[in-house]
Design a protein around this ligand. Structure first.
Ligand code: DMJ
Length: 627
């Protein structure tokens, strides 16, 4: 029979009595140790759980990114298999097959981007620009990580996911605009605000939009002038906008008139009209003094709003003003509301035609510069953006005019290509002079990796489907590879005749030159010109309706029957894009390779859903559905 333990014989209770411990200090010490260990164990378990949770959510994020990368890769594969349709100048479509040569070439361009980026990461991380020869960085724009921000969308478009994520973390954690630095309003807008907005449009990641807004708020005081024409320099921390002393108080035309795309896009995405109002006032003011030929001096007075004596040029200091007249019209969906941009641009095209001359003996078309009433037979490589612009704008004319402008664009592109072909290095100098009987010769002989000619080749390829433009672009790319690529990045040339190298990798090489080259060898569905408009730093901004949050276009509810078969029955995709979208159908919506139909929140009293197409690219879905 087992012995029964009575409460009187059970002695375990003594361990609970304080006297048990106080009688012997070793027991007390032991108790103390037990209590401390237990507390530590409990606390440690809690923090372990917390750490685990953090680790799990980090891993989850990584899985999401990897999934997206796989999706992107699959879509790119699909793209390769697909036939492409491209728009030609007269608004028709032609079909082009992606070919193995283009695939190989864009891989080479991607490799160039990787080399440029890796060098920047290694030697100049977070600084404005890389100096490859001295393997260090320089803050040429005040220290805003210009190359990093300028490169974001290129990395994204090329599918360089890991590099993109590292850059994204830097933007989120280290990009700070609260700095006592004086910056150029124009350069900061086109590179940094433009780069951030474009990356937001591509990725949907709000961190980019918030940063863009923060920076734009710091730039806004530059527009507080009597005329509304902005000053060109500002201190980010203290404001104090002004113009550089060498302009004699004037603002520069291109610097003051090329912020429309970025600030209009910002207003559309933040639903705060103040940015758009500031930059559109500039155009309203300029329109008051706009001459019949649409050509303006490069100097404009921010107090009176009138121009001062200066040259008229499509090169340095004039260029992007004309470019933005056309592109703001495209960004505004070419509607009645933005017709004034187109009208102003068409006027400037009249002036543009009046500046065109042809060389002898080879009849190269070129764009002269004008000072007072005399023409100067000089053309900047910078003006080589114009063939692309003219080609892009040609389709808005009647067929006869469209053909004439397209032909002129093609002629000018040939001249620009010859800027490259005519030098021993096959890289263009900064500007050219034209001389009776001698065609052209290089003036300023440096090459700083500029993109303008390639930009025009990209537009001409997209708009004509003529593969010659790809060949020309490939030749220029190879010249960059043999002259400018060094172990620590890409450098410009001090002299295109000797090949003597400089020590600077300009941020626009990654933002523009390499991006346009990559797109030149990509299907035209990648950043379709029907869906995106490029700012002057090659940052694509998505075209949305002007008042996207209040006026969504209503379309047929019988949309499903009209869908192409491959879009039918696909699952829902990303939600909540720009806060406007309630549901997005037909994913995957990642990147710019997918078809996507968004159902917008209906913002009137009727509780109906309004449908609108916001395809992230590709074969003008809108036309297929409702065309
Ligand atoms: C870029 O920063 C922009 O394209 C600008 O409009 C002109 N110059 C450089 C590239 O050459």
């Amino acid at each position: 029979m087992g012995k029964k333990i009575s409460s009187s014989t059970w002695r375990g209770g003594r361990y609970l009595h304080p006297r048990f411990y106080f009688k012997r200090p070793t027991r007390l010490a032991l108790l103390f140790l037990v209590v401390v260990s237990l507390t530590w164990l409990v606390y440690d378990r809690q923090s372990l759980t917390r750490e685990h949770q953090e680790e799990i959510s980090r891993l989850n994020e990584e899985v999401t990114h990897l999934r997206k990368a796989i999706e992107l890769f699959e879509m790119q594969l699909e793209d390769l298999k697909d036939q492409m349709e491209i728009s030609v100048g007269n608004g028709n479509k032609i079909t082009i097959q992606d070919d193995p040569v283009s695939i190989q070439r864009r891989e080479k361009v991607k490799d160039a981007m990787l080399h440029a980026w890796t060098s920047y990461e290694k030697y100049a991380w977070g600084m404005d620009e890389l100096q490859p020869q001295s393997s260090d960085g320089v803050n040429s724009f005040g220290g805003l990580g210009a190359t990093l921000v300028d490169s974001l969308d290129t990395l994204f478009i090329m599918g360089l996911e890991v590099q993109f994520q590292r850059a994204r973390e830097w933007v989120a954690n280290s990009l700070d605009f609260n700095k006592d630095i004086e910056v150029s309003v124009f350069e900061t807008t086109i590179r940094v605000v433009g780069g951030l907005l474009s990356t937001y449009d591509l990725s949907g990641d709000k961190v980019f939009l918030e940063k863009a807004r923060d920076l734009a708020d710091k730039l806004l005081p530059a527009w507080d002038t009597p005329s509304g024409i902005p000053y060109n320099r500002i201190n980010l921390a203290y404001g104090n906008p002004h113009n550089p002393s060498w302009t004699g108080g004037s603002s520069i035309l291109a610097d003051s008139g090329s912020e429309q795309l970025e600030f209009i896009a910002l207003s559309q995405r933040t639903k705060d009209p103040k940015y758009q109002q500031k930059v559109e006032k500039v155009i309203t003011e300029i329109n008051k003094i706009f001459p019949a030929d649409g050509l303006l001096s490069i100097y404009i007075n921010p107090v009176s709003g009138t121009t001062s004596y200066g040259s008229i040029t499509f090169g340095a200091m004039g260029d992007s003003f004309y470019e933005y007249l056309l592109k703001a019209w495209i960004q505004g969906n070419k509607t009645e509301e933005v017709k004034f941009y187109r009208e102003m641009w068409e006027k400037s095209m009249k002036g543009f035609e009046s500046l065109i001359r042809r060389s002898t003996p080879s009849s190269f078309a070129y764009i002269t510069e004008k000072l007072g009433s005399s023409l100067n037979d000089k053309m900047d490589e910078l003006a080589c953006f114009a063939p692309g612009m003219v080609a892009l704008g040609s389709s808005g004319y009647n067929p006869g005019e469209a053909e004439k402008f397209m032909a002129l664009a093609e002629e000018l592109a040939w001249t620009c290509y010859n800027f490259y072909q005519s030098t021993p290095t096959k890289l263009a100098g900064e500007n050219y002079f034209f001389q009776e009987g001698k065609d052209m010769h290089v003036g300023t002989s440096w090459n700083i990796l500029r993109p303008e000619t390639i930009e025009s080749l990209f537009y001409l390829w997209r708009l004509t489907g003529n593969k010659t433009y790809q060949e020309w672009g490939w030749n220029i790319f190879q010249a960059f590879e043999s002259n400018s690529r060094i172990e620590t990045g890409y450098v410009g040339l001090r002299d295109v005749n000797t090949g003597d190298k400089d020590n600077m990798m300009q941020s626009f090489f990654l933002a523009e030159t390499l991006k346009y080259l990559y797109l030149l060898f990509s299907p035209s569905t990648v950043i379709s010109l029907d869906e995106w408009v490029f700012n002057t730093e090659a940052h694509p901004l998505r075209i949305v309706s002007r008042d996207a949050h209040t006026h969504q276009e209503r379309v047929s509810t019988n949309w499903e029957s009209k869908l192409p078969h491959y879009m039918k029955g696909r699952k829902e995709g990303r939600l909540d894009y720009n806060d406007q979208i309630q549901t997005a159908h037909f994913g995957p919506t990642y990147q710019n390779h997918s078809y996507c139909m968004y159902v917008y929140k209906y913002d009137t009293e009727e509780s109906l859903l309004d449908m609108s197409i916001a395809s992230l690219a590709v074969l003008t879905v809108q036309e297929q559905l409702f065309g």
